[in-house]
Structures are given as structure tokens and as C-alpha cells.
Design a protein around this ligand. Structure first.
Ligand SMILES: Nc1ncnc2c1ncn2[C@@H]1O[C@H](COP(=O)(O)OP(=O)(O)O)[C@@H](O)[C@H]1O
Ligand code: SF4
Ligand SMILES: [Mg+2]
Length: 323
């Protein structure tokens, strides 16, 4: 059974030792996710952060049932996602709305904005046909887009407008959870700020849970109360964002914070050494080749996610203390 939240309420999601491997040529496997343990409570906001290739998008895809886990279980409430029948899958796709990394590519270029927003409302039978135009207007207003854009096609919209349409399409499903993958990456800072404010307001006003994938720790801290730091397919540190930023316990998190607030660029200043290939993980701790604190047994023991002080999970044999 999944663990219960402090309130006694079941988490929306519990990932229990989830693994995801992709087959490579020559019979080798690429382990994109390894020993992932994670819960998401109703109304909670979680940022997944980590360098490119750390497994963030794969984790989201497995959570959403878009890819099966190779091992472990993804629980939705008390039910195992892999056992869902077609009707339950449809309900799940309404409850958990996904904003794709490539927002523009996820929108049908032959549909105008009104059509794009009406589609999920019709699909899930959330309104009568005659109520749909009004609902489209409501959604446009909610994401701060003018009504005049109803008849525009995705190719006529700016990057910021496309992301807003993607958010509106997610809201059209009346979800309990919004999962957004790099939804503000590549936008001007001012447009980014507007979108982040919008997501934050939605989360606060509607009590939505949110999983927000980002490689920007500044974005994570603005938007999410909880953060999971990923490195080569494992969550190396997870807990309250405020506490982690105040005192990172995993050497990788500390390295990232020295590169704060952006860490999608090479981290050579704060973190030494090459990232190993996920197709050829080293024995022992996967962060060992870049860790300034590595000791002898770090080469033999692969540290799992371990709960420290009952609140923060850290995958390190020698978690850091206040320097
Ligand atoms: N379909 C796939 N087949 C093979 N390898 C994949 C596939 N999807 C992702 N990967 C690999 O899994 C690792 C994690 O990728 P991804 O989840 O996209 O990371 P992130 O979103 O953090 O950048 C990478 O090494 C990537 O190359
Ligand atoms: S287990 Fe060892 S190598 Fe890995 S992060 Fe901790 S101290 Fe560094
Ligand atoms: Mg990604």
C-alpha cells in the first residue's frame, strides 16, 4: 500500500522503487530511472530539477502512464496505474493534465484556439455543446489571453501565447494535478515571470497539485513547496524547497546551488568531472566521479534514497551538515 500523508489522506501519486530501462543496441540497457521513491499529496507542488538527461521527462512519462515502468509500482491513490482499464485511463487523463515540453508541437496546427480549447471539454463531456463557447471564453480569461485570439492558429501565436493556450487546454480538463515539463524554458524573462505567476495563482486559487519539471532552481523555488533533485535517474535529494535551499545535504545539490539560479549550462565552475553515461553507470555512488566528498566505500555502495530526520530524503552515504 502507498504511504499515507500526514493528514491521513492518500497521496495522489506514490512511486514505489520505480525503474525505467531502455534497450540499447548490443543487448545493453540504459537505466533512465533507478529506485525512484516519491509521493505527491493533493494540492502539493513538486519541482523536479536536474541537469539535462537526469531522467525528469522519463519520470513524468512513467507517472502519467505514457510509458510503463520496467520495475516498481506507480500508485494513483490506492490503485496501481498499470491495472487501469480504458474507462479509468480516460478519467485519469482528465484528472492529471500534462503540459508538454514542446507546447507548440503538442497543439494541432490545423485547429484554431477555440477548437483546441473545446476539444478536451467535448472529449470528457464536461459541458453541453451550447455551453462550450462560453467555457472557451472563461478559459481564455483565466490564462490572460484576449477573446480575439479565439480564431487564431498556433502558427500565428507568440511563444508565450502558445504556452498559455497549453495551460488553458490543461485547465479545460478540470484536473486535480497539472504536470508541466519545462513550460517556461526558452521564453523571455518577462514572459516567463507572467507564466509563473499564472501557474502559481492557479495552484493557490484552485488547490491544484503540480509537478513542475525545470532545470532552473530559481523557478523551482518560486513555484514549488517541495523539490526533488535528480541525478542520472535517481532522486538524490528531496524535501521542502525552503529547507533544501537553506541547507543542501547532498553534495550534488550543493554543487547545483553554487551555480544558482541557472544550472542548465555546464557546471564546470562548481562541479568537477564528467557525467557518466546512464548506459554505463559506475559501481557504487553514481555521483562519485564528481563528488568532492567521496570516500573509499562510495566506490562500492550505491546509496538508495534514505529518509533523514523523518523529513528529507537523501541518497548519499555521507550527507552534508551545515558548513
Ligand atoms: N525512448 C528512449 N530511448 C532511449 N533512451 C532514452 C529514451 N528516452 C530517454 N532516454 C534517455 O534517458 C535519459 C533520461 O532522459 P530524459 O528523461 O529525457 O532526461 P531529462 O528530461 O532530465 O533531460 C537520457 O540519457 C536519455 O537519453
Ligand atoms: S555517497 Fe559518497 S560519492 Fe556519493 S554523494 Fe555521498 S559522499 Fe559523494
Ligand atoms: Mg526533459
Amino acid at each position: 500500500m502507498p504511504p499515507e500523508a500526514a493528514s491521513g489522506e492518500l497521496p495522489l501519486f506514490s512511486l514505489l522503487d520505480v525503474e525505467k530501462s531502455f534497450p540499447l543496441e548490443g543487448g545493453r540497457q540504459l537505466k533512465a530511472l533507478d529506485g525512484i521513491r516519491l509521493t505527491l499529496a493533493p494540492g502539493e507542488s513538486l519541482a523536479l530539477v536536474g541537469e539535462s538527461g537526469s531522467g525528469k521527462s522519463t519520470l513524468v512519462r512513467v507517472m502519467l502512464g505514457l510509458e510503463p515502468a520496467s520495475n516498481g509500482r506507480v500508485m494513483v491513490g490506492a490503485a496501481d496505474l498499470s491495472t487501469f482499464d480504458a474507462a479509468r485511463k480516460r478519467q485519469f487523463s482528465r484528472e492529471v493534465a500534462y503540459i508538454y515540453q514542446d507546447a507548440r508541437g503538442s497543439l494541432n496546427p490545423r485547429m484554431n484556439v477555440a477548437g483546441l480549447l473545446a476539444e478536451p471539454v467535448r472529449l470528457h463531456r464536461l459541458r453541453d455543446e451550447r455551453e462550450i463557447p462560453g467555457r472557451v471564453d472563461e478559459l481564455l480569461a483565466q490564462v490572460g489571453l484576449p477573446r480575439a485570439l479565439r480564431y487564431s492558429y498556433p502558427s500565428e501565436l507568440s511563444g508565450g501565447q502558445v504556452r498559455r493556450v497549453a495551460v488553458a487546454r490543461a485547465l479545460a480538463c478540470e484536473p486535480r494535478v497539472i504536470v508541466a515539463d519545462e513550460s517556461v524554458a526558452g521564453l523571455d524573462v518577462s514572459v516567463q515571470a507572467q507564466l509563473l505567476n499564472l501557474l502559481r495563482d492557479l495552484q493557490r486559487d484552485q488547490g491544484l497539485a503540480m509537478v513542475f519539471v525545470t532545470h532552473d532552481l530559481g523557478v523551482a523555488s518560486y513555484l514549488c513547496e517541495k523539490v526533488a533533485v535528480m541525478y542520472l535517474g535517481r532522486i538524490v535529494e528531496m524535501g521542502a524547497t525552503r529547507e533544501i535551499l537553506a541547507m543542501p545535504r547532498h553534495p550534488y545539490t550543493r554543487g547545483l546551488m553554487q551555480a544558482f539560479p541557472r544550472f542548465d549550462a555546464p557546471l564546470s565552475v562548481s562541479l568537477q568531472g564528467e557525467i557518466p553515461s546512464p548506459a554505463n553507470l559506475p559501481a557504487g555512488c553514481r555521483f562519485r566521479s564528481r563528488c568532492a566528498y567521496a570516500r573509499g566505500d562510495c566506490a562500492q555502495i550505491d546509496p538508495p534514497q534514505t529518509l533523514l530526520d523523518g523529513r528529507r530524503s537523501v541518497a548519499c552515504l555521507y550527507p552534508l551538515y551545515l558548513a
